[in-house]
Ligand binder design. Structure first.
Ligand code: SF4
Length: 248
């Protein structure tokens, strides 16, 4: 099976969609994947000392909001600010191009990510890579991938509100440093954490939101799509909206 066909099958998009009443055009068809396999390499963590511990949550946020990459990575590496740290092997900072136009944000590390120290590895990671390939992107090349929380929640449960609130300043700083052109939230936790309001994923997807002035597109988490493959077509619609938004 050709790589392109395999990617489209993975997304439940094979055979290719056709325009009603006529042959498909390049604008209708899913974008062609890049020829090469995605390069998956953990973001090297530069050695730096973590800043001194702040006294209050407000001070902590203020300090984090000014950190350059090396200190931010060091602070996350050594972080014990919430109860998630006690149950994980390591923090999972994020991976990719630190000047990327595209930022993908998931919920938190799972078992594979906790073991490897990189977000979106394992089956969900493979599907995310194929989603990237379907819009001519690949991990590490103009793409950065991060999570709302940097430590694995026990038994892969959803992170709790206090854990999200404690960890979110790290992601906010990552976003400020990367300055992406577009953010894709993968799943409800990522979406509602960035929007700072509760809503169903179904009510949020299909629209262009904003995170501090940056367009924010919301779609399903790859782990959900593995369990619910019938929604892959909707995820494809969301990716097309993201491409259109990034190009506009
Ligand atoms: Fe620190 Fe975030 Fe890990 Fe909590 S989840 S310990 S805030 S890095």
């Amino acid at each position: 099976m050709k790589r392109e066909e395999a990617v489209l099958r993975e997304l439940n998009l094979y055979p290719l969609w056709k325009r009603r009443g006529g042959a498909g055009t390049p604008a209708d068809a899913p974008l062609q994947p890049a020829a090469q396999e995605p390069v998956v390499s953990p973001q090297p963590v530069e050695v730096a000392s973590a800043p001194a511990a702040p006294d209050t949550a407000g001070e902590r946020k203020e300090i984090i909001s000014k950190l350059p990459w090396p200190e931010l990575k060091a602070l996350v590496r050594d972080c014990t600010a919430c109860k998630l740290r006690a149950g994980c092997k390591q923090t999972v900072f994020g991976v990719g191009d630190e000047k990327a136009d595209w930022l993908f944000v998931g919920e938190g590390p799972g078992a594979d990510e906790d073991a490897k120290g990189e977000p979106f590895v394992g089956q969900a990671g493979k599907l995310l890579d194929n989603m990237l390939l379907s819009i001519k992107l690949k991990r590490g090349n103009n793409v950065y991938i991060a999570n709302i929380v940097k430590c694995r929640p026990p038994n892969n449960r959803t992170p709790e509100g206090d854990e999200i609130a404690t960890c979110l300043p790290y992601l906010h700083r990552q976003i400020a440093l990367i300055q992406p052109k577009i953010i894709i939230a993968l799943g409800k936790t990522a979406a509602t954490s960035l929007l700072e309001r509760d809503a169903t994923l179904g009510s949020l997807r299909g629209k262009v939101h904003e995170f501090h002035g940056t367009p924010l597109i919301i779609t399903y988490h790859p782990a959900y799509l593995l369990r619910t493959p019938q929604d892959k077509a909707k995820a494809w619609e969301d990716l097309r909206l993201a491409v259109k938004t990034a190009e506009s």
